[in-house]
Design a protein around this ligand. Sequence first.
Ligand code: FES
Length: 109
Amino acid sequence: MDKSVIVCRCEEISYEEIEEVINQGGRTFDDIKRITRCGMGACQSKICSKLVAEVIHKQTGLSMEQIYPPRFRMPISPVSLEALATDSQQFSTVKSVLDEIELTDGKVK
Ligand code: FES
């Protein structure tokens, strides 16, 4: 594969950048994510996670079953701020955090 190929389109991370992290000891998607921002784009790694796993597999020889998927954090799908602020049944954890935020002149205290 051409090393300039973009693997993570959202963050514009190339095959070469991922390979470099692996050469420095990275073995998981999260290792690569922490160093390159790969997987932190708008799609939250839905597009690039399998491609990165294939790069890890190719470079390290680890089987695909040994390569863990990226760690996901809430919210898993896009949510509007209005829904977070008003739909307390569905987003009770987020709502309780928002309730604790105090604003002064539109800024968080
Ligand atoms: S393609 Fe990697 S985060 Fe979207």
